[in-house]
Design a protein around this ligand. Structure first.
Ligand code: ARG
Length: 673
């Protein structure tokens, strides 16, 4: 195993280098016409032109070799992992990439397009749709060759693979790919043998900044979205084997602390001796804000409190800590209910980092004066918007803490991938942050990946901003409370209270309440706004948590009906093989095989709704299978006469993969519902 790992690592390194080189080569190739224009407008200068043409051919050749190296890496990487299912679409991509490069070595970067085939089994399971765009490329180059001919040239170059049963050229030049059933059975069996193992991927150190509410201000539904999405992103990345750091970047260091501390001193003068009984921090915030706006004297004192706090005067630090603690306890209740794990590292953590980086940026001449403030441009001056690094009163800003944090995360924390989960309203802030960090040499895209995972606003059922009837912001604790109440109503409506014990009912209630809130959020494309509606999320039809949790419980109960214990199912898998003969078995099997590809896709765009759509597809395809394939056969009196073990195994794989999806989505199925 050690050898295999070392070999793999070697391939990965080579391929990463190749990827970089390809990027450079592509840039060079793209620039060639310009170069020709400016250097060879004198057509008499044929020696220069000739040189460039030779150079061009050489570059293309090198590019083809590198492309092949990359393709080979992935095939190696995946074929070594027979203990888990492979990313079929990725393997096919690599096989066809090799084939296309071999068939058309004169094309520098031919398109490799692998898609899932439609529902008609006649057209195979996957398709390679590269022939049409390749024909177009040739047309542009002045060569006429039809897409069908191109497809026919590609097919014989596809390396043989256990995955592929046969290839067929069809229609205008599509290559239909038929999967091999024995391969599929083998792949699905690994799930019974080893559990649902993640596909191979190169391990990264990822820091995910999510939830991140502001102390003393309310934690609103926007923070709830960040919390739910961030948690799922972490769960996915952890499952894939990455080293994940979950950071709660709470707003705990703003000027608002001045007025809060001043108000605390007045209201609870003995706060140093006795912990102040602030029951409602939001009301406390409102009171102090009112005084701040109306009372000049108070305002002055609030400012002096900020200065003393930032100078770390002990009693002020203590007051600040007391206030943070009240907030922290409130946040923690929400995290506990929703099973969210986070490490708090708020803005205050970066105070000394901010001082250092500001000095450094100033010394290096990156900062610019602008009406008393100091700003930092990400791009050329005048394009985009700059970050405000020092305010005109000398204070730091949200921008300052983020530039300090990105440096700390990449250089001290040694993360090579940063993810920020906030509303889309902050998209420009993060784009500017990334540009600035790149310009000043903190962020290097050759070594680092950064993502702003944005999301749309949460709307009420009236399609307006999510508010209570009286127009106040909805408190998260009230929202969860209502979820619990509504979930219980739903269970009672289905008369589940008549069959479940009190404890089972409580578990089902929590599973449904928290599950439906999370799932409703995750199943919507995060880039769109989303309408929060308990009625919709508690529906038991369609792509909802309730439907899926029920579907899962039903699937789980099949083996139980046959009196099969989980141990017996495991035992069975050693002697019986899964059946994929029936059309509906084969259809379900192919959906299950897509699991690694779905994860791989989400790793690229960090959109979890793909996983929701996928798990919903599993559930509906399972229903089709179950409707036409008997797992357990009973006689007229309801006695079991036959159990189809091979189908019980397919059922088991379905349950295992669904359960893994639930895990990533933060859903907790219960055994009885
Ligand atoms: N506290 C901020 C807010 O409520 C979110 C912080 C996000 N993280 C960051 N590094 N800026 O909007």
């Amino acid at each position: 195993m050690g050898e295999v790992a070392a070999e793999l690592q070697k391939y990965n390194r080579q391929a990463s280098l190749a990827e970089l080189e390809i990027k450079n080569l592509k840039e060079k190739l793209a620039d060639l016409p310009n170069y020709l224009n400016s250097n060879c407008n004198n057509y008499g200068d044929s020696s220069e032109l000739g040189k460039l043409i030779t150079e061009n051919v050489k570059l293309k050749h090198r590019l083809a070799i590198l492309n092949r190296a990359i393709a080979e890496r992935s095939t190696k990487a995946t074929s070594n992992s027979s203990s888990s299912m492979e990313c079929i679409q990725e393997v096919l991509y690599n096989l066809f990439s090799q084939a296309i490069n071999a068939a058309f070595p004169d094309l520098p970067d031919p398109p490799v397009i692998i898609a899932l085939a439609g529902n008609n089994p006649k057209f195979g399971d996957y398709q390679c749709n590269s022939a049409m765009p390749i024909a177009n490329l040739y047309k542009q180059m002045g060569t006429k060759i039809g897409p069908r001919d191109i497809a026919n040239k590609i097919v014989p170059e596809v390396p043989s693979s256990q995955m592929i049963e046969k290839l067929e050229v069809a229609g205008a030049g599509f290559i239909n790919i038929f999967l091999n059933k024995s391969y599929a059975i083998e792949a699905l069996s690994t799930v019974l043998k080893n559990g649902v193992q993640p596909p191979y991927c190169q391990k990264q150190r990822v820091l995910v900044d999510f939830s991140s509410p502001n102390i003393a201000k309310e934690m609103h539904v926007g923070h709830l979205r960040s919390t739910i999405i961030g948690e799922s992103v972490c769960r996915l990345l952890e499952y894939l084997g990455h080293d994940v750091i979950r950071i709660n970047h709470v707003g705990d260091w703003g000027t608002q602390f001045g007025m809060l501390i001043a108000h605390l001193q007045d209201k609870f003068p003995d706060y140093l001796q006795k912990s102040p009984p602030i029951g409602d921090l939001q009301a406390f915030y409102k009171e102090s804000k009112k005084r701040f706006d109306e009372d000049e004297e108070f305002k002055k004192r609030a400012y002096s409190c900020v200065v003393k706090l930032q100078a770390h005067e002990p009693t002020y630090i203590q007051a600040w800590q007391l206030i943070c603690d009240v907030s922290r306890k409130e946040f923690q209740k929400i995290y506990d209910h929703l099973d969210i794990k986070l490490t708090e590292r708020g803005e205050s953590f970066y105070q000394s980092h901010m001082e250092r980086i500001v000095k450094e940026l100033d010394e290096k001449g990156f900062l610019e004066e602008d009406e008393g403030r100091k700003i930092l441009w990400g791009e050329e001056k005048g394009t985009g918007i700059p970050m405000t690094i020092i305010k005109s009163d000398g204070g730091f800003t949200y921008d300052t803490s983020d530039i300090a944090a990105i440096k700390q995360r990449l250089e001290e924390e040694n993360a090579n991938w940063l993810v920020y989960v906030t509303d889309l309203g902050q998209a420009t802030h993060f784009q500017t942050l990334f540009k600035c960090a790149e310009r000043v040499g903190i962020l290097d895209y050759k070594k680092h990946r950064v993502d702003h995972v944005g999301f749309g606003v949460v709307l009420g059922e009236d399609k307006k901003k999510f508010k209570t009837r009286s127009g106040d912001t909805v408190r998260l604790s009230d929202l969860l409370e209502e979820g619990l109440r509504r979930a219980l109503d739903k269970l009672k409506e289905k008369e589940r209270d008549k069959v479940l014990t009190l404890e089972e009912l409580r578990q089902a209630q929590e599973s449904v309440a928290y599950g439906c809130i999370k799932y409703a959020d995750l199943s919507h494309n995060r880039n769109h706004e989303y309408v929060f509606s308990f009625d919709k999320m508690l529906e038991d039809k369609g792509n909802t948590a309730v439907y899926l949790l029920y579907a899962y419980t039903r699937i789980r109960s099949i083996a139980r009906t046959a009196n099969y214990t989980p141990e017996k199912v495991m035992e069975l898998s050693k002697s019986v093989s899964i059946s994929l003969e029936h059309e509906k078995e084969w259809k379900l099997g192919k959906v299950l095989l897509r699991f690694p590809d779905v994860l791989s896709k989400i790793t690229k765009d960090l959109c979890l709704h793909h996983l929701c759509e996928y798990v919903y597809e599993i559930a509906t395809t399972f229903t089709e299978f179950y409707d036409s394939c008997y797992c357990i056969e009973k006689d007229s009196s309801g006695d079991i006469v036959k159990v189809n073990d091979d189908r019980i195994l397919l059922t088991e794989v379905t349950a295992l993969i669904m359960s893994k999806c639930f895990d990533i989505l933060g859903l907790k199925p219960v055994s009885k519902m």
